[in-house]
Design a protein around this ligand. Structure first.
Ligand SMILES: NS(=O)(=O)c1c(F)c(F)c(S(=O)(=O)CCO)c(N[C@H]2CCc3ccccc32)c1F
Ligand SMILES: [Zn+2]
Length: 261
């Protein structure tokens, strides 16, 4: 259901090819963010992020991406403010990336792909009793998207990169017990926000997307470390874990708001 893995051409305004939409879907993700069409909303608050590094549990290759999962049984790692009505609890973060640096992100900005994109998945534990229930509700999830661009080595990311060989194969997990994902946040507070969906099954329209304007820099070796992961389990014919992003989806009747002018 990840749809056609067409990478689409970033040329011209129509950088969406063969969008695979969910029947009846009106708020699917990812989308192209056309900077000039985004609307500044002065009522958007700064995003507040407070993560407790001790809530970090493990890294898991689940055959889609590699996830760093957190203990979300309390409100120790949360986000608040921004476009959100409630605080949301951090459940996991993961990445999407390409086989080469010309593409890899899920969202695009003015039809430009980044080589990778970080997603921090949070859920509304104020209103919903479990993550699984929040996944089914329009205000259930909040995902922060951070673009990765090729540049200087990212020291904070390196501790994660060093652990990746241990989760090379699908369904491998290793303990990862202290990591503060705020080290992966860009310094600039600016973001875009829009109502969207999960980009993997169940593709539910339950996500308030918060896409940071400023990318973080990572170096070629760090991107290559992502690309040596495998979609396949140990003993199966090896398939490199690359191009694990969903094609762009139609904006339909949505406005992308910006927290900046
Ligand atoms: N781009 S994204 O933010 O939409 C997104 C993913 F891209 C992605 F790969 C995953 S997953 O957990 O690896 C695969 C499960 O669908 C999730 N995980 C979520 C989605 C559904 C679900 C169910 C249980 C635990 C985590 C998740 C996700 F929210
Ligand atoms: Zn994602």
């Amino acid at each position: 259901v990840w749809g056609l893995k067409g990478v689409g051409s970033a040329l011209g305004p129509d950088c969406m090819k063969h969008p695979l939409t969910i029947p009846g879907g009106t708020r699917q993700s990812p989308i192209n963010i056309q900077w000039r069409d985004s609307v500044y909303d002065p009522f958007l608050k700064p995003l507040k992020i407070s993560y407790d590094p001790a809530t970090c549990l493990h890294i898991w290759n689940n055959g889609y991406s590699f996830l760093v999962e957190f203990d979300d049984s309390t409100d120790r790692s949360i986000i608040d403010g921004g476009p959100l009505e409630n605080q949301y609890r951090l459940k996991q973060f993961h990445f999407h990336w390409g086989a080469i640096n010309d593409w890899g992100s899920e969202h695009t900005v003015d039809c430009k792909f980044y080589p990778a994109e970080l997603h921090l998945v949070h859920w509304n534990a104020v209103v919903y009793p479990t993550f699984e229930e929040a996944v089914m509700e329009g205000d259930g999830l909040a995902v922060i998207g951070v673009f990765l661009k090729l540049g200087a080595r990212h020291e904070g990311l390196q501790t994660l990169v060093d652990a990746l060989p241990a989760v090379k194969h699908k369904d491998t997990v290793i303990e990862f017990d202290v990591f503060d994902p705020s080290c992966l946040m860009p310094s600039c507070p600016d973001y875009w926000t829009y109502a969207g969906s999960l980009t993997t099954p169940p593709l539910t329209e339950s996500v308030t997307w918060i896409i940071k304007k400023q990318p973080i820099e990572v170096d070629e070796d760090q991107l290559e470390a992502f690309r040596m992961l495998l979609f396949t389990s140990d003993g199966e014919e090896e398939k490199r874990m690359v191009d694990n992003f969903r094609p762009l989806q139609p904006l339909m009747n949505r406005t992308v708001r910006s927290s900046f002018q």
